[in-house]
Structure formats: structure tokens, C-alpha cells
Design a protein around this ligand. Structure first.
Ligand SMILES: [Zn+2]
Ligand SMILES: [Zn+2]
Length: 246
């Protein structure tokens, strides 16, 4: 597995050196996105990723910094890249309906048979020859749904926290605290480092990557750096364009 942070999501808006949340996972012959903040279409194009390899898009919740890239991605993969065949998961029906209607209003045709907009739900939502994806409910958008994801493939297990409950991360997936994993990708926008670092440090995982590090960025990055070496696994704050082999 190879994980590339197309956008590390420093905040809810793009910065000169940081795009919104979009992580690209390559496994076998497949490419998968966890969140699709803008400009994910352009960032994949710059890297020469064939869109025909994109098999699944798993958005954690409907906030724009995780979904604004869906419009151009789904539109272009529908009308231009006619070899595309993918499942696109969103957290809410109204998001699916709105995205479809917006694409139709612009393109007049939307190839739903190839670009399949689906509602995420708790449990296993996707499986193919490369990966299995399990959605785990979180409380970030209460009363609206949001999800963390567990992705398993090539004998590896990776957790993506998605955005968590403000302040306490009480919804951080229990399974990630209890079951071994190769990597946890965790946000640090809505929770302070003094909450997240002990929590992640106690998880039975081989590596922790923090994305979506926002508000008090310098202070949080300094705390993450200071924690390196004091926990049993590497703990790193990621930047745009970084790639990690799992
Ligand atoms: Zn959010
Ligand atoms: Zn966010």
C-alpha cells in the first residue's frame, strides 16, 4: 500500500502550501481516495494518476474541506474519462442528490452506471480484489452522520479517523484503540495535542500520521515533534505531497 497526502488539510480552507483533505491510497491496481477536498482532480492530474484506476472515493463527512473536490472529479470522470468505473461514498442522501443535480445542471448527462454515488453506512461498505473498507460512525457532525474508516488490504490495516468530536475525540474509534494496525491517520483540527497524543500513543499501531492539523499549527507541530521518540511508534505531522509506504 502507498499513501499520498494530496492535501494535508491544514484548515477548512486552502493555504499557499496546503490543500484541503484528500488522501490517495494505492493498493494493487486500484487507487482510492479518503476525502476529496479541492482541487483533488487537478492534484491527481499533476501526478499523472490515470483516473481509470480510481475505484473508490470514501468521504468522511459532508463538510466542504472534505468534499468540494467531488464536483469536478465526478463530472470529469463521467463525461471525459469514459473508462472510469467507481463507487463514491457520501455521508448524506441530500449530499448525493445535490451533487447529482449540480452535475446534471452543468453537464446535462451523468453516467451514474459508472460513477456510482452511494450513501455510507456503518459496517463494511466496500470490498474488491484489493481492499475492504469498514465505516465506523463518529460524532463530528451531530446530528448528521460522519465516519472514520478502517481499510484492510495486502495484509495491512489502516485507520482514518476523519474529523472527530470537538474537544474530546470521545468518538475516536474503539477498534483502533484495541485492535492492531499498521497505521492510524488522525486529524488534529478539532482536538488539542494534549488530548490526541496520549490517546494515539496508547493505540496498538505501528505508525501515527496526523493530518488536518489546524489552529495553533506551530504549537501542535512542535508538540508532535517533541513526542517523537517518547512513544513506541513514529508520530508525524504530514504535509502536502508526502508519500508513505505501508
Ligand atoms: Zn469537518
Ligand atoms: Zn475538516
Amino acid at each position: 500500500m502507498k499513501l499520498t497526502f494530496l492535501g494535508a488539510g491544514r484548515g477548512g480552507f486552502p493555504a499557499p502550501d496546503c490543500n484541503s483533505c484528500a488522501a490517495m491510497l494505492e493498493c494493487g491496481n486500484g487507487v482510492y481516495l479518503i476525502d476529496a477536498g479541492a482541487p483533488v482532480l487537478e492534484l491527481m492530474t499533476v501526478r499523472g494518476i490515470p483516473f481509470e484506476r480510481l475505484k473508490g472515493v470514501f468521504t468522511t463527512h459532508m463538510h466542504g474541506d472534505h468534499t468540494f473536490g467531488l464536483l469536478s472529479l465526478c463530472s470529469v470522470c463521467s463525461w471525459h474519462y469514459t473508462g472510469c468505473d467507481m463507487d463514491v461514498f457520501l455521508a448524506e442522501d441530500r449530499g448525493i442528490a445535490a451533487l447529482k443535480e449540480l452535475i446534471l445542471s452543468m453537464d446535462k448527462v451523468f453516467h451514474e452506471d459508472r460513477i456510482r454515488l452511494k450513501k455510507a453506512r456503518p459496517g463494511v461498505i466496500y470490498t474488491d480484489e484489493n481492499i475492504t473498507v469498514t465505516a465506523i460512525p463518529t460524532a463530528h457532525c451531530q446530528p448528521y452522520p460522519s465516519y472514520a474508516y478502517m481499510i484492510e488490504g495486502e495484509g495491512k490495516r489502516v485507520f482514518f479517523s476523519g474529523d472527530l468530536h470537538h474537544g474530546d475525540a470521545a468518538d475516536f474509534p474503539l477498534i483502533a484503540r484495541e485492535e492492531p494496525s499498521d497505521l492510524i491517520v488522525c486529524e488534529m483540527t478539532h482536538i488539542d495535542h494534549d488530548v490526541m497524543l496520549p490517546l494515539l500513543g496508547s493505540c496498538p499501531t505501528k505508525k501515527v500520521l496526523f493530518n488536518h492539523v489546524c489552529w495553533d499549527y506551530d504549537e501542535k507541530c512542535a508538540a508532535i515533534k517533541a513526542a517523537q521518540g517518547t512513544y513506541p511508534m513514529p508520530i508525524i505531522a504530514v504535509s502536502d505531497g508526502e508519500t508513505y509506504l505501508i
